[in-house]
Design a binder for this molecule. Structure first.
Ligand SMILES: CC(C)(COP(=O)(O)OP(=O)(O)OC[C@H]1O[C@@H](n2cnc3c(N)ncnc32)[C@H](O)[C@@H]1OP(=O)(O)O)[C@@H](O)C(=O)NCCC(=O)NCCS
Length: 188
């Protein structure tokens, strides 16, 4: 899989660039506004969690982390990660002000370039119709899934999964472990 999937036109004035440390603060605003998850979380904690997620991507998956700039303003973010031949879209968000303008599609296309050489891909999709359309156009099938919310009790995670202490739950080790359950050679 890779960037050969069709994902719509790139807006003429948009620049898609590697995520930089200087983008993080502004992108926290973008992610906070675009993704309404965990509204019950105190705002400061929520912003701190988003910032840590972005900095984690900068440090751990710099080739999969992209920012969209419309003018000079960072207006969108995509983070993809790879593990054991599986590509995962970890984050895709566009500022509400800039949504439906093609930035999300452009970011997805760039993130998919990071999937070159992978044998499958996985996205835990939101219900945003723009996201669902873009993923379907990129060749992904819709599959049933479950959702869980709340804090992860890391003491209950089985031994042997190489989870990073402060990283997302599905990090390299976890994906490597899950890989046998993924159908080889097909999209998830
Ligand atoms: C999902 C999201 C990243 C898409 O980015 P975007 O810049 O708004 O979307 P785009 O303009 O690139 O449009 C993507 C596709 O949806 C279509 N689209 C645009 N507006 C639409 C609408 N209101 N309803 C349905 N489809 C729409 C576009 O035509 C495009 O399809 P096409 O390439 O076949 O023409 C962005 O809307 C967002 O941040 N949403 C909230 C956060 C979210 O749900 N993120 C996804 C997490 S999995």
């Amino acid at each position: 899989m890779g960037a050969d999937c069709y994902v719509g036109p790139v807006p003429a004035d948009a620049v898609i660039a590697p995520l930089a440390a200087g983008d993080v603060d502004r992108l926290v605003d973008v992610v906070e506004a675009a993704l309404p998850s965990r509204r019950s979380e105190p705002p400061a904690e929520r912003r701190d969690r988003i910032a840590r997620r972005l900095r984690w991507a900068l440090a751990s998956e710099p080739d999969g982390a992209w920012v969209a700039r419309a003018g000079d303003e960072p207006s969108g973010i995509a983070i993809a990660l790879r593990s054991g031949g599986v590509w995962v879209l970890s984050l895709l968000a566009v500022s509400p002000r800039a949504q439906s303008g093609g930035l999300g599609g452009a970011l997805l296309r760039q993130a998919l370039a990071y999937a070159d050489g992978c044998h499958g891909g996985m996205i835990a999709a939101s219900q945003d119709p723009r996201a669902l359309r873009a993923y379907a156009r990129a060749g992904f099938d819709l599959r049933p899934s479950v959702a869980a919310s709340g804090a992860v009790d890391r003491s209950a995670i089985p031994a042997g999964l190489a989870l990073e202490p402060d990283g997302p739950v599905f990090t390299r080790g976890a994906l490597g472990t899950l890989r046998p359950f993924l159908p080889t050679g097909s999209f998830l």
